[in-house]
Ligand binder design. Structure first.
Ligand code: NAD
Length: 485
């Protein structure tokens, strides 16, 4: 039985909910449903654990995080099976997560000793120090698409610098996004209450979410998910003056310049558009290609896309994954049907087969079509042909979103210039939009979010600045206030 992990204990009784598998189209596992009382208990446990955890030396915290990494490495095969069954990961993506997550924990172990302060020259001769300290209990809410990595990237840095955590994974990935990490923490022998996981159903999310985002003992909220829910949570947390980090939706764009190497362009476009069937926040959803090379790019991009197969997620040669559930499949289908009905041309795909949606390329997409501006979160990309680069940059920046971006060109200097003008938190020249490094600051602008994760960004995001002075030689006050007067 899978369940919540609170104060070092597994919840063993209570109602259960079904964890649907998009691969077998049946119930993958029963999971015990957390409620508001569990959420309060988790926050209390994290609060109680905070003084001890934050009081450990950096070396002691690092040692625990390395043990978590080792436990995850030992669980790799089991974890891959869970990732395949629970969220429909293709085997290549499941292996990517099972190997990247331990690296994230090992990297976080190095952050524990990288919390930096500095000394000021005090005008009054005091010792004057600026230090960074952990915040306290941090609530972490994560989505289902890359569940183990997204739960790891957030919580690892948060814990490394001395905070304690209450993690609520998605109701669609309670096991890969939560239970797996709790198991690793149990195996690693991390003190109870430092890391708590709440597994709950869709019906319970509002109740559990309310506790972990508004509880007075919660000092910060790290949310990864849709812009709609993120804004709802940020609104509540903001009113309570809690610190928030929001990693939200995207409609990422790639600009292919007229001097681009076409094979680089095609490879980057195919991978970034269709990896995990486009269910990636930084997936490429809009491609702007220079008129001069548009015909050849479109022909080659379409040809390669049509070779991508689906049907067996355990087959390395069939990388197209099922969509997570019927609701998401219907959303993608509705966007494509709406575009076709309003005049879009389908260059590849366009059809649905159960939860699988063919990798789809659309052309002649206009602002009247939903897919022009709305997030798709499926394997659908629109291609636009541009005459001059300024026009392409303007179109890219007209989006409400700004997570990642890409520029393909043989003139890397010009590519860097274009990247600078694109409104996105991240941008990559001669690569796709889907790219991350564990120590790099990951995050978006506009409706794609606020806050950054990775390396120093995590350290800064999840610590607070304090100013401490010491009057070593005594302190002079206005004479009238002094005893000696
Ligand atoms: P979602 O917003 O529906 O859910 C995200 C999380 O919020 C889940 O854990 C869900 O249970 C929780 N939640 C829902 N209502 C809540 C409430 N009232 N209180 C507290 N928690 C609540 O998103 P999703 O469908 O799970 O994931 C897809 C979305 O996530 C897409 O928009 C995608 O772009 C985005 N995403 C962003 C990033 C990033 O790093 N920017 C990464 C992955 C996914």
């Amino acid at each position: 039985m899978y369940s919540s992990y609170i104060n070092g204990e597994w919840k063993t009784t209570g109602k259960t909910f079904e964890d649907f598998s998009p691969v077998t189209l049946s119930n993958f596992a029963d999971v015990i449903d957390a409620d508001a009382a569990d959420a309060k208990a988790a926050v209390e446990a994290a609060h109680q654990a905070f003084p001890t955890w934050s009081g450990l030396s950096a070396d002691e915290r690092s040692a625990y995080l390395i043990k978590v990494a080792e436990a995850l490495e030992e669980m790799a095969t089991e974890v891959e099976e869970i990732l395949i069954n629970e969220v429909g990961s293709w085997i290549g993506k499941a292996k990517f997560e099972s190997t990247t997550a331990p690296k994230m924990w090992r990297t976080a172990a190095t952050l524990a000793a990288q919390v930096k302060g500095y000394e000021l020259v005090s005008p009054t001769g005091k010792k004057s120090m600026v230090v960074r300290e952990p915040l306290g209990v941090v609530s972490v809410i994560t989505p289902w698409n890359v569940p183990l990595n997204l739960s790891s990237r957030t919580t690892s840095g948060i814990l490394a610098v001395g905070n304690t955590v209450v993690l609520k994974p998605s109701e669609l990935s309670p096991i890969s996004g939560g239970w797996v990490l709790a198991k690793a923490f149990e195996k690693a022998g991390v003190p109870k209450g430092v890391f708590n996981v709440l597994t709950c159903s869709k019906q319970q999310v509002a109740e559990v979410g309310e506790v972990i985002t508004t509880h007075p003992k919660v000092k910060a909220i790290s949310f990864t998910g849709s812009t709609k829910i993120g804004k709802h949570i940020a609104g509540k947390a903001g009113a309570l003056l809690k610190k928030v980090s929001m990693e939200l939706g995207g409609k990422d764009a790639m600009i292919i310049m007229e001097d681009a190497d076409l094979s680089t362009a095609v490879n980057a476009a195919v991978f970034s558009s269709f990896n995990h069937s486009g269910q990636v926040c930084m997936g490429t959803k809009r491609i702007y290609v220079a008129e001069k090379i548009a015909d050849e790019f479109i022909q080659r991009f379409t040809t390669k896309t049509k070779t991508l197969q689906y049907g067996d997620v355990r087959d390395f040669a069939k990388p197209i994954a099922p969509l997570i559930n019927e609701t998401q499949a219907q959303k993608v289908e509705a966007q494509v049907e709406d575009a076709i009905s309003k005049g879009a041309t389908v260059l590849a795909g366009g059809e649905r087969d159960g939860l699988y949606f063919q990798p789809t390329i659309l052309k002649d997409v206009t602002p009247e079509m939903t897919t022009y501006a709305a997030e798709t979160f499926g394997p659908v990309v629109s291609v636009y042909v541009y005459k001059d680069i300024d026009e392409a940059i303007r179109a890219v920046n007209a989006s409400e979103f700004g997570l990642s971006g890409a520029v393909i060109t043989n003139n890397t200097e010009k590519g860097y210039e274009v990247a600078q003008q694109m409104e996105s938190g991240m941008c990559h020249v001669n690569d796709g939009t889907v790219y991350n490094e564990i120590l790099a600051p990951f995050g978006g602008v506009k409706n794609s979010g606020i806050g950054r994760y990775g390396g120093q960004a995590s350290v800064e995001n999840f610590t607070t600045t304090r100013w401490i002075t010491v009057a070593e030689k005594g302190k002079q006050f206005p004479p009238v206030f002094m005893e000696s007067n």
